[in-house]
Each structure stands twice: as C-alpha cells, then as structure tokens.
Design a protein around this ligand. Structure first.
Ligand SMILES: Nc1ncnc2c1ncn2[C@@H]1O[C@H](COP(=O)(O)OP(=O)(O)OP(=O)(O)O)[C@@H](O)[C@H]1O
Ligand SMILES: [Mg+2]
Length: 246
C-alpha cells in the first residue's frame, strides 16, 4: 500500500483534567472523504486544531505527505497543502468577499494580480460572485459558510478539513454545500469532515471514524457505523441501546 496522505500516531492533547484527544491513531488515504463524528465535546475540533498547527500536541506524531507536521506553524502547514475551515466562521468583516478569499490565495500566489484572479475564480465557483465586492460582515450565515470554504480552497489544498460547514443551515442550503463538497472532491482534494448532520456526513464519506472522549470508539463504512451499538450509545446514552432488546 502506498503511504497514507495523513497519519497520526498517539496524538494527545489535554486541557487541565480534560483529555480532549487521547492517543489518536488516524490514517487517511489520498482521495478519501473521511467523516469524523462524535457527540459535543468529543474532541473533533481539537483534532483539527492539532492537525492544522493551531494547537501543539502533548504527545504523538502527525505525518502529512510523507513529512512530519510537528512544530510547524499554521501558515507552513497550509503551504504544505493542508487547509481547514473554522467551526466559528471568522472572515475579516470589513474586507470584501473577494479580498477575504484573496488572503487565502496569497499563500500560493505572492503576486497580487495572480492572487486576485485566482480568488475571483473561486468566488464564482462557490456561488458568491454577486457578493464579491460586498463586505463580509453583510453576508448571511450560509454565505459566510461558503466564504469560509472559499478561503480554505484558495490556498489550493491537497487535504481540506471541514469543521461543521453545515451547522445552522436549512435543508436547501445543506444540499447546496453537499454538492459543493462533492465537486471539490472531484477536483482532486481529499476531505476530512466533522458534521453533526448525520445524513449529510454519511452520504459524503467513504469511511467514518467515531470519536468519544478523545478516543476512537468505532470506525468503518457509513452504513455499518450508523448501527454500531457504541455509536448509538455515544450519541444517545446507554439506556437507548438497552431498550430495543427488551
Ligand atoms: N481551548 C480549550 N481550553 C479548554 N478546554 C478546551 C479547549 N478546547 C476544547 N476544550 C475541551 O476539550 C474537549 C473537546 O472539545 P472539542 O471542541 O474538540 O469538541 P468537539 O468534538 O469539536 O465538540 P462540538 O461537536 O461541540 O464542536 C471539550 O471537553 C472541550 O470543553
Ligand atoms: Mg467542534
């Protein structure tokens, strides 16, 4: 088998007494869409923060495209081809939509005209063309989520980490984002996605990893994982699992 695109070994991070990520071994193949799910506080965003260099692990290894990411800055990690979105979207509110995306594009294209042209193409592709000149502060939540995606895509990632890009959106908006993620994947980008919308994450992912208290409690194809007793237990509590067998 070829080397994985991304691999963590024993990845750990604690906050005081909380073991947010506890000895995580995670591997992703190139071209894969991997769904990382789990209840609130399971450690999903912390995993993203560790992978993207926004947090330093207490222990463990992270390898991406054959090299270690340990000790690298978020900027350096981004340049190596790993981009992420933020659960709490945080565009530069006074900058225009286009300029927000250009900030991402500059990571790859230091010359402003090229970065601008690249940003423009991504803004169009993500359906934000009509809003390109408007300040990001005036966008709806659905548009801000798209902008968050656009900013990450503008860095031309090999691996895109999506942290709840559908949270707070209605069914139509979610369908639009699912279609967009599929299109991005078809364009050759591997995707690690966390999402509480089970239907969407199950439909998008080739494989699902379930996290609870910072540890993997189940892993497999979406259909198998959805019915796994430990998954049902993690989401709904033990009593729910016991009830149907009576
Ligand atoms: N900066 C921090 N300081 C202290 N505790 C933190 C910090 N970040 C996360 N935690 C704690 O670590 C645990 C994991 O949090 P994390 O945000 O990774 O969960 P999550 O799976 O992303 O949850 P959600 O589904 O609600 O987004 C939680 O107990 C959380 O309170
Ligand atoms: Mg989170």
């Amino acid at each position: 088998m070829s080397a994985p695109l991304l691999e963590t070994r024993g990845l750990s991070k604690h906050f005081g007494g909380v073991h947010a990520v506890a000895g995580l071994d995670l591997a992703m193949a190139e071209g894969e869409v991997l769904g990382l799910i789990g209840p609130n506080g399971a450690g999903k965003t912390t995993v993203f923060n560790l992978l993207s260099g926004f947090l330093r692990p207490d222990a463990g290894a992270i390898r991406f495209r054959g090299g270690s990411l340990l000790g690298q800055s978020p900027h350096a990690i981004c340049r190596r081809g790993l981009a992420r979105t933020f659960q709490i979207v945080r565009p530069f509110p006074r900058l225009s939509v286009l300029d927000n995306v250009m900030v991402g594009a500059l990571a790859r294209h230091p010359a402003a005209p090229r970065a601008r042209a690249h940003a423009r193409a991504i803004v169009e592709r993500l359906g934000l063309g009509a809003k390109a000149a408007q300040p990001a502060a005036g966008l709806t939540l659905a548009e801000r989520k798209r902008l968050e995606l656009a900013r990450a895509l503008a860095t031309e990632p090999a691996l895109l980490l999506l942290d709840e890009v559908m949270a707070g959106l209605n069914a139509t908006e979610i369908a639009g984002v699912v279609a967009l993620i599929r299109e991005i994947h078809r364009g050759g980008v591997s995707i690690l996605i966390t999402e509480h919308n089970m239907r969407a994450v199950m439909a998008l992912s080739h494989r699902i990893v379930v996290l609870n208290f910072g540890e993997i409690v189940a892993e497999g194809a979406p259909a198998a994982v959805a019915n796994h007793p430990r998954v049902v237990e993690a989401y709904l509590g033990e009593e729910y699992v016991a009830a149907p067998s009576r």
